[in-house]
Design a protein around this ligand. Structure first.
Ligand code: ADE
Ligand code: ZN
Length: 339
């Protein structure tokens, strides 16, 4: 395969995306039109101005704009189109299964309640499932810059929508908000049968990954790239097959790494860790899932087999029943042998 053929092959490969914040797929054009629709005052007047503002130097500088952007989402139709736009993108990128983070605490300050966003999201998901068989899991993502009691209250408010969420997660500002602050939250979610994931080791230290595993009992780590600072931790993650949902374009845009050449994801894969590739906040970081795979291709020029391994990991790490997981793994194997 020449380079152009390999790019096309990677794009067509069936894959799962496990780490994507739905508000992170809000494109500038839709942000501006919704601001106009709802009379929300944003400090931008054009798409170019929005794009110019996406010059981040760390996680917090991004989060400030991300929460501001999401403040334009107000009614059920807004949430329907936000979800539908992303699911159409899944179809285009051959993301046959996706796991999407929903963050109620971002919407509540604007008077938006659970029913409003969940009805919009569920309508889009049902349509995508009926039209092209899109598989979707939702993750109830709490915000770690808020008090644990507030997160516990959101878990309670989610009760009428319990059927819609498979897992809980924890996102937002990592530094200064260690996992142990949320022990009661994770214990409560576990007792209610949620699967558990958490952002850890993105900007925070490797220690936050250890605590997430030992004190919160999570099954998966979002980002986790700073495990590279601790050999024993990398060995543990490999031995225990704890997946990391890694987001290469996010990490370079938020200056976790200055360049893609420094990114450790393929080194971690070679060391035996179950790493997966994800887009995090694609509208803000310069690309959806296939753009992340292609950034690795362009930077490291790995063999086609590496991409199949990454896609296989994405299904292995998914919050799926084993029969569904096996069906996706078979689809990938068939695709590979036919390719
Ligand atoms: N929320 C959205 N994107 C995030 C990220 N990369 N880290 C933490 N919280 C987030
Ligand atoms: Zn994230």
């Amino acid at each position: 395969m020449n380079k152009a053929e390999l790019r096309d092959w990677v794009c067509r490969m069936p894959k799962a995306e496990l780490h994507m914040h739905i508000d992170g797929s809000l494109e500038a054009s839709r942000m501006l039109s919704l601001a106009k629709k709802h009379g929300v005052d944003l400090p931008y007047t054009s798409e170019a101005e929005v794009q110019n503002a996406y010059d981040f130097h760390d996680l917090q500088s991004f989060l400030d704009l991300y929460y501001l952007g999401a403040s334009v989402l107000r009614d059920e139709e807004d949430f329907y189109f936000l979800m539908m736009d992303y699911l159409e993108r899944c179809r285009a990128d051959n993301i046959v299964h996706c796991e999407i983070m929903v963050e109620p605490q971002t919407y509540f300050p604007n008077g938006v309640d659970f029913d409003t966003f969940m009805k919009g999201f569920e309508r889009a998901i049902a349509e995508a499932n009926a039209t092209w068989g899109q598989s979707v899991v939702l993750i109830l993502s709490l915000l770690r810059h808020t008090p644990e009691d507030e997160c516990l209250a959101v878990l309670e408010q989610a009760r009428p929508w319990r059927h819609a969420f498979t897992a809980i997660g924890l996102a937002s500002s990592e530094r200064g908000h260690p996992p142990e602050k949320f022990e009661r939250l994770y214990a409560a979610a576990k007792s209610e049968g949620y699967a558990l994931t958490i952002h850890a080791g993105e900007e925070g230290p490797a220690e936050y990954i250890w605590t997430s595993l030992k004190s919160l009992g999570v099954a998966r780590i979002d980002h986790g790239v700073r495990c590279t600072e601790d050999d024993a931790l990398m060995d543990f993650l490999a031995e225990e097959k704890i997946p990391l949902t890694v987001c290469p374009l996010s990490n370079t845009r938020l200056k976790v790494y200055q360049t893609m050449h420094e990114h450790p994801v393929l080194t971690l894969l070679a060391r035996g860790l179950c790493v997966t590739i994800n887009s995090d906040d694609p509208a803000y970081f310069g690309g959806y899932l296939n753009a992340n795979y292609l950034a690795l291709l362009d930077t490291f020029e790995p063999s086609p087999q590496v991409f199949v391994e990454l896609a296989r990991n994405s299904f292995q790490a998914a919050f799926l029943e084993d029969t569904q997981r096996d069906a996706f793994l078979q689809t990938l194997a068939k695709w590979e042998s036919a390719a």
